[in-house]
Design a protein around this ligand. Structure first.
Ligand SMILES: *Cc1c(COP(=O)(O)O)cnc(C)c1O
Length: 390
């Protein structure tokens, strides 16, 4: 039953291959926001926190996400941004392994994850080392000296995927805490967060999950560890009893201890509504459709645009749901595409990214995009002033 274009606002004539960066607007979000803004905020005012379910929303929305990423009910909570959730997970992981000093990550990780780790380790000032290795080296570098393995499952540049089961097991065997960032995975293909045994998982919701610009992030803690996880950001809404206004912090006896402050109700409502789309999506069907579209895209590009090279893995089993190509003129080519209503994006140094999102993209969109790309490449249109965007 794909695509489900009728569920989304998709501007006429636009081919949107950037849903891996910012998903489109589901049609039901605007009326739902209007109802919450006018009907709840407008009419109920302060009473909305308890009468309209605003206070429970981060855990409720967490359960919607849990179903999409293969996690148990009650193991996920939403809020803040992904960078903050990375910080919370890593800080908690280090508390779990006080005698180990190394955080292992890879050069395919997103810079913000690495920056947050650098900031945290510096402020802790306990001789920690952030060890960054090549993605294919990670598995061999996990040993009993590693406190935490912190990886992004699908590489934001190339879409290369790690084997979550294999690496989580290696971490477990060495006693290292496993943290997965699912920013480019959640909503892209089936995941089995509970099954892989990892301690923490985090992700954002504005990419494949279509939660809207600035939508809150999520964090998962393996349920048996929730009550022994020490929150580094001990805000009042992670307190067991926030409205007791006690002087001393006592963490909530659940994943809710990862909440920090007042949730962004309006943004959270957009996300909650957007996630309803997923109730009728079979993740295996979605993944098969993504592979079929990606394979078609790659074979058309290779046949018709010989100057472009594939930067993503050729094997769909280790490729996420975007396809990356390289070209020395990559940035200019992406601008020329945008000028002709084909939207992808560019990542330094030479990566052209195309999000493959079968919820609202079908084969004719892929073929139309390749037609434009072929025209731009074979006629060097990226070099013409008319191609500059905006
Ligand atoms: C998109 C992305 C982020 C962005 O973090 P924010 O705090 O939401 O801006 C972080 N990490 C990864 C791996 C990402 O892909």
């Amino acid at each position: 039953m794909l695509p489900r274009k009728e569920l989304f606002v998709l501007p006429e004539g636009l081919i949107y291959l950037n849903g891996n960066s910012l998903g489109p607007l589901p049609k039901s979000v605007a009326p739902r926001l209007d109802a919450v803004v006018s009907g709840e905020w407008g009419e109920r005012l302060i009473r909305g926190w308890f009468e309209c379910g605003w206070m429970e929303q981060p855990a409720r929305v967490g359960n919607q996400i849990a179903r999409i990423i293969g996690a148990q009910d009650g193991s996920v909570v939403t809020g803040d941004t992904l960078s903050i959730k990375v910080y919370q997970a890593l800080a908690a992981a280090l508390e779990m392994r006080p005698n180990r000093k190394i955080v292992l990550s890879d050069s395919g990780n997103f810079p913000s994850d690495l920056y947050m780790a650098q900031g945290l380790l510096t402020s802790l000032d306990r001789d920690y080392e952030l060890r960054i290795v090549a993605p294919e080296e990670v598995h061999h570098q996990i040993d009993a000296s590693i406190a935490a393995v912190m990886l992004t499952e699908a590489d934001y540049r190339t879409g290369r995927r790690h084997d979550m089961g294999l690496i989580s097991r290696a971490a477990q065997d060495s006693g290292a805490v496993m943290i997965w960032d699912l920013a480019h995975s959640a909503g892209a293909f089936p995941l089995d967060v509970a099954g892989c045994g990892c301690e923490f998982a985090v992700g954002c919701t504005y990419k494949f999950l279509n939660g809207g610009p600035g939508a809150p992030a999520f964090i998962y803690i393996r349920p048996d560890l929730a009550e022994q996880t020490v929150p580094a950001l001990s805000g009042w809404l992670g307190h067991e009893s926030p409205f007791a206004f006690e002087a001393k912090y006592r963490p909530a006896p659940s994943i809710e201890r990862m909440r920090v402050g007042t949730p962004p109700v309006i943004q959270m409502t957009a996300l909650e509504e957007a996630l309803r789309v997923w109730e009728s999506v079979d993740m295996h069907e979605l993944h098969s459709a993504s592979i079929a579209l990606s394979e078609r895209f790659i074979s058309e590009i290779e046949a018709r645009c010989p100057s472009l090279s594939l930067a993503s893995p050729r094997d769909p089993a280790v490729r996420g749901s975007h396809v990356s190509l390289t070209s020395e003129h990559g940035q200019a080519v992406m601008q020329a595409l945008a000028a002709r209503n084909v939207i992808g994006d560019f990542r330094e140094p030479d990566i052209m990214r195309f999000g493959i999102t079968p919820l609202y993209i079908e084969e004719k969109d892929i073929l139309a995009a390749v037609d434009v790309l072929e025209d731009i490449m074979s006629n060097r249109l990226w070099d013409s002033p008319a191609s500059k965007y905006p």
